[in-house]
Design a protein around this ligand. Structure first.
Ligand code: SAM
Length: 475
């Protein structure tokens, strides 16, 4: 008997992320983890590609039957193919400042850490970083900053975004700036909206309130409700696309998974649209952070299972895997539904301008240390199309308009050509000789996978124009 008020429509964190509902979900999943009849029903529902509830998806995550797990993996692969094709959207993080007033116990930017250098980029330094990123071939960034109202006020973030969008160096341009900064007010989110950000990304870290309070003992981030309700405020401010994430390793993964989906259901219930992306970071070693001190770490196999279950539970939500993961793990999970990867990342303030990877301001160790060219090359060799596309947001296809593009299957006439055209730009401007050769071949083959003949023709014409120096075509 439920004795609590779980309410996905509520605007109160503890009602839409209700601990009692999560505990009941976990008990239900545990009780049914070998209930093949129910698991078959859930898989059949997932095949309709309309998603699953947190309870249903939790049963799949708990399932121990190898045959059924394989079915979920196969379905995740199929959904990924149907919705996202073989495209992988590329981005890089840009660290603006490591000043932080919080005491997060897993993050080396916590205010008590005296080992790291505190650094905040000036607008001139941002320009240099962005030019270095443009010269790698990046078109999409995720801005990162510690929380510090004095050193990193919203005005600084907004000014930095303007600087970034304003830099035109050779054929380079940053066309989409996503922002990963601490929870803030509706007023400040409006400022980010006016600065034309893409997605507002905020990781919950953990949905488990008690653990959350211990893991964030001091600073503004200690306020669980304020943090958990942040995406709502961002939506209220008019930001259409928000990104979720859990820092896996902090709490029990099954708990986080159920809560993450409840959060998505809450967004659907209140705003009619779920999160644009879900990130799946795992805790990494960092300056004074030892991941072994967190006892909820997950194996690579569980990580893959989480990715597959997210894919079948929320088919229209993009999934992001960063360079926290090794090339091997990235290879494995791409197939299971990941739609965005970072490449050539440096997680330090001012890191892109340095010859050597700087360690003194690094937020965490990077496992995939390959250059962007190496990542692009690797993706293409395994049959993926690295995409530098930013069209949806620039064409106003955000929030529910993006979702309807997915739902109508128009993604192949739109995203596929955009991926090919932006890849072509990359090959012309930044690729090594070998990468260019592989890419040209891939583009030739992939044009045939555009469903509409008319679109194929236009793409062919535009590819020639790109080779002749024109840039920035999009559908
Ligand atoms: N300060 C902002 C906030 O509080 O949300 C910005 C986020 S921070 C720059 C980006 C993310 O890095 C955090 O949300 C956290 O999940 C992740 N992170 C922090 N320490 C980490 C570690 N040791 N390993 C892996 N990821 C970490």
């Amino acid at each position: 008997m439920q004795t609590y008020t779980y309410n996905p429509k509520s605007l109160k964190a503890e009602e839409f992320i209700h601990d009692g509902e999560i505990q009941d979900t976990l008990a239900y999943a545990e009780a049914n983890k070998n209930n093949i009849e129910l698991i078959d029903e859930i898989i059949a529902k997932a095949k309709l590609r309309k998603g699953l509830s947190h309870r249903e998806a939790s049963v799949l995550l708990a399932c121990e039957n190898q045959e059924k797990i394989q079915e979920v993996f196969d379905l995740a692969q199929q959904i990924k193919k149907d919705f996202y094709g073989n495209r992988i959207v590329m981005f890089a993080p840009l660290y603006l400042s490591d000043y932080c007033v919080n005491g997060c116990v897993y993050c080396p930017y916590h205010f008590q850490n005296k080992n790291i250098t505190r650094k905040k980029l000036t607008q001139e330094e941002i320009k240099k970083e962005v030019i270095a990123l443009q010269d790698m071939g990046h078109k999409r960034l995720a801005l990162e900053a510690g929380e510090d109202p004095v050193n990193n006020p919203i005005e600084y973030i907004v000014e930095s975004i303007k600087t970034i969008y304003g830099i035109k160096h050779k054929n380079g341009a940053i066309r989409r700036v996503n922002v990963n900064i601490a929870a803030t007010t509706v007023e400040n989110y409006k400022k980010l909206k006016d600065a034309e950000i893409g997605t507002y990304i905020l990781f919950q870290e953990t949905y488990h309130k008690e653990s959350y309070l211990k893991l964030h003992p001091t600073g503004p981030k200690h306020d669980y409700a304020y943090h958990t309700e942040a995406h709502d405020r961002a939506m209220q401010a008019g930001i259409d696309d928000v990104g979720f994430g859990v820092l896996f390793g902090l709490e029990l993964y099954k708990y986080e998974f159920a809560a993450l989906l409840m959060h998505a259901e809450h967004m659907e219930a209140v705003f009619g649209v779920g999160p644009h992306t879900i990130s799946v970071p795992r805790i990494k070693h960092a300056d004074d952070i030892d991941p072994n001190t967190f006892d909820n770490s997950i194996s690579d196999d569980v990580f893959a299972k989480i990715c597959a279950c997210i894919r079948v539970a929320v088919p229209y939500t993009g999934m992001i895997v960063s360079t926290r993961e090794s090339p091997e793990v990235r290879e494995k999970v791409i197939k299971l539904g990941v739609s965005q990867l970072s490449g050539g990342s440096r997680t330090s303030v001012g890191g892109y301008c340095e010859e050597e990877r700087p360690r003194d301001t690094e937020q965490f160790d990077v496992s995939d240390q390959r250059t962007l060219d190496e990542v692009v090359n690797w993706l293409m060799k395994s049959g993926h199309i690295p995409s530098f596309c930013t069209a949806c947001y620039r064409e106003g296809r955000t929030g529910d308009r993006f979702m309807s593009l997915c739902k109508n299957g128009q993604i192949h006439n739109c995203c596929h050509p955009n991926a090919l055209m932006t890849l072509k730009e990359y090959l012309e401007d930044y690729a090594s000789k070998e990468t260019k050769e592989i890419g040209e071949k891939l583009i030739e083959e992939e044009i045939n996978n555009i469903p509409k003949e008319k679109v194929r023709e236009i793409v062919r014409e535009r590819l020639i124009k790109i080779a002749n120096g024109e840039r920035d075509f999009r559908f």
